[in-house]
Design a protein around this ligand. Structure first.
Ligand code: UDX
Length: 478
């Protein structure tokens, strides 16, 4: 006799690689626990997922799972990159928000399902979803795919503005910040989210963050991709504002740990959720490199750099004398250049000890024994993936939460170097040598300790494992 599924979660990620990846992992975990799940992706995201992954066949093992799509209001050929993300927000506001409301009010997600949506799990930045949830009387649990330290600065933003600490004049970025409890001894203006810089803070992004700060505490709960040991000092404060927090990170690791506990799934591969085609030949190249010798470079799925910054990084890599694997995502370097502008030393040295790829299987790369360090934009997923593998970081943050993440990497967790606001070949060369050689022992000691805590958190009866089970129990009892 089949048992009717009476719980139906609707997961709605913000259309970005890192958050989509997280939501899909959470979706699988919920499916495994017998909850019916719909993942609502923008058409653009869904198209790229289908083009570059096996998500459809992978998820076909869950009869209680389905994808649905929604428009982001932009033409197919729009790049949806950082420099034009304002247009993405506008498209979401003008088209996605009203469509979402209409879909929820009309009950369209229950047409194929055994029961209507019983809980909505949207990205933490989707404040409009809370109004809709209240209108149709369905509980909502936010999934904050940014770090707890970034979320904490978002929640403190009204106070930062009230106290006159934000906005600030960008001439002196080293002034200390006092209105973010738990960070008073190390947070500076330059470590606050990028949108706080500049004389006025009337940007679209600031409006989204202020709405987020207003809505997140009113939700039924908040899911965060972290583990207790990593963010204890911040979680104390967050829980005063949002009492019901589920820390289920590192999610990609918890996911692997849970799959390994399922007898019929233990032999299955984890599978990719990449929006670009992965170049897997980098793994065989890594196989040929000495242990802990390679610096891996990636600025994630949205960030962009100028041509000059790209060449500074490339020179820094070459001058360091170390091996390197660099991701150069299509469209991530702005400004044209041709091969004649590339210095001969870069070409020659890259042939000997470098590898360029447009997109790589990052979790596998970071887990490879040849990787000795990670030059990263400090996106939260990249940071968690590096922490899990005990890989020290060189942080070159570019946007939003990345500025605060990188400060925590260097000052709180002491697992890397923060070079924010500089992109200079000499600084990069020195940072690479410090991370791979000179200060390696000091970074590795803290990185290994955190990697061990992360592993304990996702093991059976670890804090993240328990929080996932509490989340599942709560969703089922809603
Ligand atoms: C965005 C924001 O930029 C970031 O600040 C925020 O924390 C989350 O949303 P994104 O640029 O996607 O993040 O960076 P990140 O969160 O680090 O996620 C990137 C994901 O892409 C990671 O899961 C990483 O494994 C994956 N990736 C990256 C690949 O699979 N291959 C690559 O070549 C590069």
């Amino acid at each position: 006799m089949s048992i009717a599924i009476t719980t139906h979660a609707l997961l709605f990620p913000i259309p970005m690689q890192g958050p989509v990846n997280c939501m899909l992992k959470l979706a699988e975990l919920l499916c495994l626990s017998g909850i019916s799940v719909t993942v609502l992706n923008t058409e653009f995201i869904q198209r790229n997922l289908l083009r570059h992954t096996n998500v459809l066949s992978r998820f076909s093992r869950y009869p209680n799972f389905r994808f649905q799509t929604i428009s982001d209001g932009l033409p197919d050929d729009h790049p949806r990159s950082t420099e034009r993300f304002v247009e993405v927000f506008e498209g979401m506001k003008n088209v996605t928000e009203p469509s979402f409301r209409e879909m929820m009010v009309s009950g369209c997600f229950c047409s194929n399902s055994e029961c209507p949506v019983t809980v909505i799990i949207p990205d933490g930045s989707f404040s409009f979803a809370l109004d809709v949830a209240q209108e149709i009387n369905v509980p909502l649990i936010y999934f904050e795919t940014v770090s707890p330290c970034a979320l904490w600065t978002y929640l403190c933003l009204p106070k930062l503005i009230e106290d006159g600490e934000v906005p600030f004049n960008s001439n002196d970025l080293d002034v200390s910040i006092k209105s973010v409890p738990a960070t008073e001894t190390f947070l500076r203006r330059r470590d606050l989210p990028g949108f706080c810089r500049g004389d006025n803070i009337t940007s679209h992004l600031t409006e989204i963050i202020l709405n987020e700060a207003r809505c997140v505490p009113r939700a039924h709960g908040v899911i965060i991709n972290t583990f207790e040991v990593l963010d204890a000092s911040i979680l104390v404060h967050l829980r005063n504002v949002c009492p019901n927090i589920y820390c289920i990170g590192p999610l990609h690791n918890l996911f692997k740990s849970c799959l390994a506990m399922e007898p019929e799934l233990v032999t299955q591969t984890v599978g990719s959720n990449s929006l670009w085609e992965e170049n897997r030949t980098c793994l065989s190249w890594l196989d040929k490199q000495p242990a802990k010798s390679v610096i891996y470079v990636s600025i994630g799925s949205l960030a962009i750099m100028t041509k000059d910054q790209f060449f500074e990084i490339w020179h820094g890599l070459v001058n360091s004398g170390k091996h390197f694997l660099m991701v150069k995502r299509p469209g991530s370097v702005i400004g044209e250049y041709d091969d004649s502008q590339v210095a001969k030393i870069l070409v020659d040295e890259t042939k000997k000890r470098g590898f360029f790829a447009e997109w790589v299987p990052q979790e596998e790369v970071l887990a490879h024994s040849a990787i000795g360090g990670f030059l990263t934009h400090s996106g939260w997923n990249s940071t968690m993936e590096s922490i899990v593998e005990g890989v020290p970081m060189i942080c070159w943050p570019l946007n939003v939460d990345q500025q605060v993440n990188s400060r925590f990497v260097s000052e709180v967790w002491k697992i890397g170097i923060d070079i924010k606001d500089t992109c200079d070949r000499v600084v990069i060369e020195k940072a690479i040598n410090d991370v791979i050689d000179l200060k390696r022992n000091e970074f590795i000691k803290s990185a290994n300790a955190l990697a061990n805590s992360a592993a304990q958190g996702v093991a059976q009866d670890g804090s993240s494992f328990k929080d996932l089970n509490r989340l599942i129990k709560d969703i089922k009892s809603i």
